[in-house]
Design a protein around this ligand. Structure first.
Ligand SMILES: [Zn+2]
Length: 209
């Protein structure tokens, strides 16, 4: 079985969503200084790197990250290449992708392999417009993944998030799909269990039998 890691490394140099602090990892105990073990702390937004959004991120009455259904985060997923898209993804664009009926997890690859070595995720990303999000909900999709730091256009993030979160769709952001070919995989994504949190970093992998 091949395991493809589609998570980004959490490091101080990792690009973060505009306004979020960069992650800080600090060593608070160190054998080299006479301590029994090395112990580090991490300080970061819960939306750092590869992460999921909880309903409460954009819905006042939404649940925390601990309420996300784990069965939506694990299972068959399709990686769709939209690197050639011009502009954000609306209903018409998504309809033309030819998603098979019954797809439950859709991962959008917006950054091509030519981006290898460049800062990732890109700042000028392709987002999903609210009518595109509504179309995904109508198809019965339970998880939407993107390889950027937001599933929505940067200048108007709320409507897309609200459409998806209100429908119970899990939003997975900050993936690294640059080396992943379009096609079908088995997704395993496990966010941390942080009661009440509006999101959580997650380790996400694709399994190939
Ligand atoms: Zn987020």
């Amino acid at each position: 079985m091949l395991v493809i890691d589609i998570s980004v490394p959490i490091a101080p140099t990792l690009p973060v969503y505009p306004g979020d602090p960069p992650p800080r990892i600090a060593r608070i105990a160190d054998c080299a200084h006479g301590d029994l073990a090395i112990v580090s702390t991490i300080a970061a937004a819960v939306h750092v790197g590869t992460h999921v959004d909880a309903p409460s991120h954009f819905l006042p009455d939404g649940g925390g990250v601990e309420t996300l259904p784990l069965d939506a985060l694990i299972g068959e997923a399709v990686v769709v290449d939209v690197t050639a898209a011009r502009g954000h993804l609306d209903r018409t664009t998504l309809e033309r992708l030819g998603l098979a009926p019954g797809e439950r997890r859709v991962l959008f690859k917006t950054v091509g392999e030519d981006a290898l070595g460049r800062p990732h995720p890109a700042a000028d990303w392709i987002g999903i417009l609210p009518d595109g999000a509504a179309w995904l909900v109508e198809q019965g999709v339970r998880l939407v993944g993107v390889d950027t730091l937001s599933c929505a256009p940067l200048d108007d993030p709320a409507p897309t998030h609200q459409v998806l979160l209100r429908a119970g769709v899990v939003i997975l952001e900050g993936l690294d799909l640059r080396s992943v070919a379009p096609g079908r995989y088995h997704l395993v994504c496990l966010p941390l269990r942080i009661p009440g949190a509006d999101g959580s970093p997650a380790r996400a992998v694709l399994l190939v039998e």
